[in-house]
Design a protein around this ligand. Structure first.
Ligand code: PMP
Length: 515
């Protein structure tokens, strides 16, 4: 293997063995040791052998479906108009005959999320005027991506119509406008997640790139053969594969924290995974497959008490819960714009100042440098150090507009409304014959995955699509957690704050038809 320095120096015919050795030792300590090929083989074997140490009952669970978990007891749904004592109170709920479930039992114009009616909120999203298979679109694929409000779409147009320029470089009016808009968006992202400063915010392509950046730029250079990285069974492939890559290249090993039957992390077991070889931990805050809200703050505390830094994958949390990276004490935190009503191709990597300073650059190029000669480059400080080349300026600005939009409604209000919707959905769905809910943790957000006896995943997804209802059917890029439950996938409806009880009714009605 050749380090980037070796490659560059050789390419330019400037090999300086002493300088080269010093650079390699500093950036890739493992290069000083064994033959890379031998080390890579050993690393592959160790990673393959690394399995979660599960107590007997978890192993049984991993071996097969086992008994269906008890459906949780849900308190009756209380919609805001009930609290106000309106005539609609108690007028809905599952009637004994599903065929009687045709009439809408309440109006979402009466439901408020924060100070805005659900009707007004939905009017902000042009896509909800779409018809799919002759019916009004029901968008229940929010965990895959969310829809964009007019405010975000308009902000993108305004950027291109009035501000478009490259940032930072030009000394003219439009460069100033675009730079202001871009850096404003960085400030909005920092405030939205409670970061101390905009300098802690690196714009990336999305959560996936954020995790890869942290893995390659911060963690990899410190890894030696036998070192360990702690993950959890709940992770999305985006929070598994980047760690596998760095482990495979360095001889490090992945350790995986188990979950219980409801799909929640077992905290006592989590602590036991840490030892003197643990170098890093990565955890999801909300599982995209089960909706489990993990005890992320406690997990960070456990890791920190062992001197281990932590990355939190917030791809599924930021749009559903108020998030504060400072309160979580996260060392890194990532999220994607498209999962929080913003554009695709833009996301955020938050890093504490010291980890960003310690990390090596991820990519080289313009923008990230203070000074370049053919012999060496002096990098700018974070976040510029990690933003080589021309960034996704317009979409960063669009993300800022999306964060403004949800902030105006209030993340607490959004979380409270979604809790009610989720409780309603799970209560209604539990009555569908042959339906098994997967992921029943007490702390849960947005996602209500299920399998339907005698019906395939694709069959269920297609049937729902024929009714105008969009859900995901498959493994949702989280194969390990499905296999833990003895499944290869689920059907996954997932909510956002713009969804309505009426849409849940349409889903449940279609499931009754199918069952
Ligand atoms: N983590 C989780 C928990 C996710 O749900 C996703 C997207 N499904 C990702 C990471 C990756 O996000 P992106 O594809 O936007 O990079």
């Amino acid at each position: 293997m050749t380090t980037p320095e070796e490659f560059n120096l050789r390419a330019w015919g400037l090999p300086d063995p002493a300088e080269l050795a010093a650079l390699a030792a500093g950036w890739f300590p493992e290069f000083a040791g064994a033959e890379p090929a031998a080390r890579t083989a050993e690393a592959t074997a160790r990673t393959a052998a690394a399995r979660p140490r599960a107590p007997a009952d978890w192993e049984a669970l991993a071996a097969g479906p086992g008994p269906s978990p008890e459906p949780p007891a849900y308190a009756p749904l209380v919609l805001p108009q009930d609290r106000a004592g309106s005539a609609a109170a108690g007028a809905y709920g599952p009637p004994p005959d599903p065929a009687a479930r045709t009439g809408n039992t309440y109006k979402y114009s009466q439901i408020y999320v924060g100070s805005r009616s659900l009707e007004a909120i939905r009017a902000d999203f042009p896509i909800f005027r779409e018809q799919v298979n002759g019916r009004d679109l029901v968008w229940l694929d929010n965990a895959a991506t969310t829809q964009r409000p007019r405010q975000v779409i308009d902000r993108l147009s305004r950027y291109y119509e009035r501000e478009n320029s490259n940032v930072h470089r030009g000394a003219h009016e439009l460069a100033a406008r675009s730079t202001d808009a871009y850096e404003d968006a960085r400030g909005k992202a920092a405030r939205f997640i409670g970061a101390p400063s905009a300098d802690n915010i690196v714009f990336v392509r999305g959560a996936t790139e954020g995790i890869n950046l942290a893995a390659q730029a911060y963690v990899r250079p410190y890894l030696k053969p036998g070192d360990e990285i702690v993950l959890t069974m709940l992770e999305h492939h985006a929070n598994i594969v980047p760690w596998q890559l760095v482990a495979g290249e360095t001889g490090a090993v992945l350790r995986v924290a188990p979950i219980d039957r409801t799909g929640q992390i077992v905290l006592s077991e989590y602590g036991r995974l840490f030892n003197s070889r643990t170098r890093f931990a990565a955890i999801t805050q909300v599982s995209n497959a089960l909706g489990t809200v993990t005890p992320a703050a406690e997990m960070v505390q456990i890791a920190h008490s062992r001197g281990v830094r932590v990355l939190i994958d917030g791809a599924q949390s930021v749009s559903h819960l108020p998030v504060n990276v400072s309160a979580l004490d996260a060392d890194f935190f990532v999220f994607s714009g498209h999962k929080i009503f913003g554009p695709t191709g833009i996301g955020v990597l938050y890093g504490k100042s010291d980890v960003l300073e310690a990390a090596r650059p991820y990519q080289g190029g313009g923008n990230m440098i203070a000074d370049v000669t053919f012999e060496r480059t002096v990098y700018r400080k974070a976040p510029a150090k990690f933003e080589a080349g021309t960034g996704n300026i317009a979409d960063a600005v669009g993300l800022g507009a999306a964060l403004d939009y949800v902030s105006a409604i209030g993340m607490e209000n959004i979380a409270a409304w979604e809790r009610e919707l989720l409780r309603y959905a799970m209560k209604e769905m539990a009555g569908v014959p042959g339906l098994r809910l997967i992921g029943t943790a007490a702390e849960k957000a947005s996602v209500f995955s299920f399998v339907l006896e005698g019906r395939g995943l694709e069959e269920t997804g297609s049937y729902l699509n024929s009714r105008g209802i969009a859900v995901r059917a498959g493994h949702h890029c989280a194969q390990p957690v499905h296999r833990y439950f003895g499944l290869e996938g689920t059907v996954r409806p997932s909510l956002a704050f713009y969804n309505t009880p009426e849409e849940i009714d349409r889903l449940v009605r279609a499931l009754y038809e199918l069952a």
